[in-house]
Design a protein. Structure first.
Length: 135
């Protein structure tokens, strides 16, 4: 996820003609682009549609690109509330907070995935000698 967020940051810097996300004005412009209905929260559908309109990821929209956009949304939704506010988006884009620095392994661990935790804990993919059933 770190690589995906880095790519998104670079893409948005080009789209919004900025070098940094520290400016309130830049963050407000990005948020307004994503908040299609103007209610102050960005739903998953608004986010996915907004990234599509911003051509991220570049190329045609496919099931794969839609899923990438949805994964980014769920990663950014720190409180799992189902929507993003300006602060959640700004924190990720500015690289602030633990979610901005996580990779996929950390995502799995935080989500409470037993498989994720076991993969982090041992090279054999088991934790404390517990064998996990195949998927």
């Amino acid at each position: 996820m770190k690589e995906e967020l880095a790519l998104l940051r670079e893409h948005l810097k080009v789209e919004f003609n900025t070098d940094t996300f520290e400016s309130k004005d830049v963050m407000q412009r990005i948020f307004q682009k994503l908040d299609a209905n103007g209610n102050g929260d960005v739903s998953k559908e608004e986010f996915v549609q907004g990234l599509r309109e911003l051509h991220y990821p570049p190329g045609p929209t496919t099931i794969t690109t839609r899923r990438r956009r949805e994964r980014i949304f769920h990663h950014m939704d720190a409180d799992a509330g189902g929507s993003l506010d300006l602060e959640e988006i700004a924190n990720i884009l500015r690289g602030i907070g633990p979610r901005a620095l996580m990779d996929n392994a950390a995502d799995l661990a935080i989500a409470g995935s037993m498989r994720g935790l076991s993969k982090l804990g041992s090279p054999s993919g088991t934790a404390s000698g517990t064998k996990l059933p195949p998927i």
